[in-house]
Design a binder for this molecule. Sequence first.
Ligand SMILES: Cc1ncc(COP(=O)(O)O)c(C=O)c1O
Length: 639
Amino acid sequence: MSNDWTVENSKQLYNVDKWGNGYFGINQEGNAIVKISPSSDQEKPVEYNIKEIVDQLIADEEIHPPVLLRFSHILKHRIGQINKAFNNAIKEYGYSNRYHGVYPIKVNQERHVVDEIVEFGKSFGFGLEVGSKPELILALGVVEDDEVPILCNGFKDDEYIETVLFAKKMGRNIIPIVEKLSDLHLIIKYSKSLKVKPVFGLRVKLAAKGAGRWESSAGYKSKFGLSITEVLEALKILDAVDMKDCLQLVHYHMGSQINNIGSIKNAVNEACRVFVYLYKGGAGVKYLDVGGGLGVDYDGTKTSTESSINYTLQEYANDIVFHIKEICDDAKVPQPIILSESGRALVAHHSVLVVEAVGSNTIQQTVPEKNGIKHAIIDEMYEIYDGLKISNCVESFHDVEHLLNKCNSLFNYGYIDLHQRSITERLYWSICTKIIELNQTLKSPELDRLNKKFIDTYFCNFSIFQSLPDTWAIDHVVPVMPIHRLNQEPTQNAHLVDITCDSDGKMEKFIQEGSIKDHIRLHKLIEDEKYLIGAFLVGAYQEVLGDIHNLFGDINAVHVTHDDEGKVVINHIIKGDTIQELLEYVHYDTKGLLANMKRSILLAVKDNRLTKDEAHIFSNFYSVGLNGYTYLEESRMEL
Ligand SMILES: Cc1ncc(COP(=O)(O)O)c(C=O)c1O
């Protein structure tokens, strides 16, 4: 461990300046910080110390990790930045119409998140996009302003369309988007029966392919949208009922996290050609909705890899505005109002998950003392240990591998007992530990594979299935780093595992030194001291996709903001689920469970298996447990 480790080394190791996008950093005391840029000339930049926030939550509010910190000012800044990028592009290219963002609720439907987006988005005419009936019901209840656009995607039944058209009749700016021709028939049917003139859009199935993990969301075989033949059919149907003027919007969606700007250019070109055709065919089109897909640079490499993007927000906005203008001008068609449905790029940055490492399994060994347990293999291993030097490292490694295999075979035949095997294994690991040290000078590729065996396991009090489901389901990589001790050298190579009893509940891919590695460097745990690790950029999709594997429920969440003096203010505290809530969710009658338990305890007292005092303590323990957090409440697990 070197004493000259500085926070600059940590910044490089965890790549924070690259993926942090200006929102995250490390202060001189070695704590992770949130950096809030001023949104007006009157404001000053503010820094939050994440470790201090967590300490304060524990001390003042009894809110323990795992906890999700949502930084409201980052959300506000993201909305501002997306609008700014489009407005810059509109100015630069002399675009004659305007831009509005529309937030797809599915990306994070949490009430306070949606409320903040609606509030912060007001001055930009920001709207909401819904993809299901429940989301429609949510949006209609949340949005009170008739001007705010509500776009309605997803599968639709009669009730969905009727609700939309009632809202339209009431005066709401609501636009259903036809994803299948059957949607169009429903819109025509109910607009007649409700006597309302609808405004609606068509989602077009583009030939242009997306890029990255969700590339199949676009293309001929995509799940949603009308093929070009169906678009023509829709126009014919509308002509027949004299409703071509109601078709006002053209929409496409290329899939999420488009990592390559080339795909964005191709798609906007193709969609704009469809727009132009529909306009010339007599449709009342005036909006072009470019969907979601604006990506997030999770690993900070600015490349077209799955966890990065090879373009900036400004380049994205420039390309969309430029291509629409160029095509419309060529065709002498009025430039449309541009809508985009960016979800991930809007909300990902604002949430940080903080978890506590409650224990670790370290393989590194010091050599066991000779204690009279004898065997030829043991003697040979001690000799190898004593004679280890750079020049015989590789040979010694091959020898101990052979000896360990031999020991295991002899054990299986009954020629080696448990004690002998234990000493042999400990010697094996201590020799390997020394070889790894020597290999730092030797740098033999043959010995590099030893590093894999020496990756520690850090047990963290959370559920990957609940809080980072994409890392399990689709190998998604998010930036991870400790939120303190960043002025000390992290000496351990580690994997993170969660507390579910599922062997898939682990993280083995991390952003380290500018690329994706199979381990993360962490600090040695110190007894009786919390070790807190942050997973960053987790505001998009993770919360709602999370599941209750092992009955681990929603975690504590808090909204963090600041006052005029820049002092941190905890705005909302949303307590995580209790065990009782989880049990009721899976349809248990918790009162019944408690009554059953009390009956069993009384019986145990009657049969003298428990004393009255024990019965009282146990009964209390059970009912208090029901109301407790679903995660570990003791600070350190004994391992
Ligand atoms: C129709 C539609 N719009 C917008 C989005 C949001 O995409 P993103 O989060 O990549 O911006 C999605 C999600 O995939 C979607 O299906």
